[in-house]
Write a protein that binds this ligand. Sequence first.
Ligand SMILES: N[C@@H](CCC(=O)N[C@@H](CS)C(=O)NCC(=O)O)C(=O)O
Length: 223
Amino acid sequence: MTLTLYTLDWVPDFPRGFVRDLRIRWALEEIGRPYDTATVPSHPKTEAHLAMQPFGQVPIIKDGDLILFESGAILQHVTQGSALFPDDRRAEITQWLFAALNTLEMATMHWQVMLLAQKFPDFFGPPPAGEVIDHAFAFAKTRLDAFERRMADREWIAGEFSIADIATIDTLRNVASEDGLAEHKALTAYVDRATDRPAFKRALRDHMAHWQAADAARETETA
Ligand SMILES: N[C@@H](CCC(=O)N[C@@H](CS)C(=O)NCC(=O)O)C(=O)O
């Protein structure tokens, strides 16, 4: 059955490499499931997009008649029963997937959005005071420190490589891009190990090719 992955039609340079369709591409590359891509407009949001994703975000997938959003739910759906999410490790992997999204990413994103506001105030609105940003990082760091302890003596977060690693790594890559992992040797090694996987490299290549094609399409439109 054809699987369609929806991402945005275009984004500026700064989020390229981090838009969350990447984590779905990565999982699909790992399990060797082919997929098509489709786009929704970044701005303004359309009714068709909001009908699929009420928050106007991506990723979204269409798998037969099923339309699904939220990257964690999509990761579970597309990999269920595979080596990335086997039935006999379902509970533990789900636990760490939720920890990645709801304990780690919710804290690091809060800090990162403030950093983005510092760099791109026109896009994200005026940035908060420096001490507010420091406070947000201190909060995120408590979570990073806990993940650092977890990863000190293991290769992957929940036994063999799984969708919990994909979600965790995608968040940690974001943190690393803002120099937020300077004190976290185990996490830095974990990111390096994961992003060295051929499936990640293929997913990133295709993700970046999508934005290049989007640039070309915009140039043709404005010519
Ligand atoms: N919790 C959601 C977050 C989705 C999300 O933040 N998507 C971003 C791209 S990475 C987005 O669509 N941003 C555009 C917007 O919010 O308008 C998930 O994991 O799928």
